[in-house]
Design a protein around this ligand. Structure first.
Ligand SMILES: O=C(CO)[C@@H](O)[C@H](O)COP(=O)(O)O
Ligand SMILES: [Fe+2]
Length: 220
């Protein structure tokens, strides 16, 4: 397990009229992954993008596409997102009837599998998934929108998941998503997170600010 902090900007806060350019800009600014929030207006109260847009963005960067699925039922769409170029697919246990089967399905597509815990979902949910997953995503806001405030008690869940990961001895990334900025990023890192999703805090100030924003989030 490497201890370096990875930054995965959420393109939910990018300029949707110029998405390809925005993806190239965050790549050049030094991001590690590209976080793509997929919302269906049913699992969460917002609608964003689908596999066709992911496919259209794929030629704009070689950085891993970290695809956060907030859609239900989720299983029907896993193949489409893998074919569109997802490198990591994260799913909510509440988005389908059999989370273990969903994780196996993602892995069968040759894609890394992550499980997302909403603010109200306990870490215990992972007890029988930890042996199979590549990433845990802790939501530090309720899913659906960018620009929300960090829910402080999720730091305890990050700590609990860090212990689970260390105990497992497996190479599992611990990602945090929602309200990450220069105040909350260090807290999440101290609690044990090693991948920070940041939408508002990456894209604020426009393209000329992206490199500085990413460097500061990383703690540099
Ligand atoms: O998954 C989500 C929201 O559901 C996130 O990825 C947000 O897009 C993060 O936005 P900021 O809180 O960083 O603005
Ligand atoms: Fe997200």
């Amino acid at each position: 397990m490497t201890s370096s902090i990875l930054i995965s900007p959420s393109i939910l806060s990018a300029d949707f009229a110029r998405l390809g350019e925005e993806v190239r800009a965050i790549d050049e600014a030094g991001c590690d992954w590209v976080h793509i929030d997929v919302m269906d207006g049913h699992f969460v109260p917002n609608i964003t993008i689908g596999p066709m847009v992911v496919k259209a963005l794929r030629p704009h960067t070689q950085k891993p596409f970290d695809v956060h699925l907030m859609i239900s039922p989720v299983d029907l769409y896993l193949d489409a997102f893998a074919q569109a170029g997802a490198d990591i697919i994260t799913v909510h246990p509440e988005a389908g009837p059999h989370i273990h089967r969903t994780v196996q399905h993602i892995k069968s597509l040759g894609v890394k599998a992550g499980v997302v815990l909403n603010p109200g979902t306990p870490a215990k949910m992972l007890d029988y998934l930890i042996d199979d997953i590549d990433l845990i995503l802790i939501m530090s806001v309720n899913p659906g929108f960018g620009g929300q405030s960090f829910i402080e008690n999720q730091l305890r869940k990050i700590e609990a998941c860090r212990k689970m990961i260390d105990k497992s001895g497996r190479d599992i990334r611990l990602q945090v998503d929602g309200g990450i900025d220069l105040v909350t990023a260090p807290k999440a890192i101290v609690a044990g997170a090693d991948v920070l999703v940041a939408g508002t805090a990456t894209f604020r100030g426009g393209p000329s600010a992206y490199a500085d924003n990413i460097r500061k989030l990383r703690g540099g």
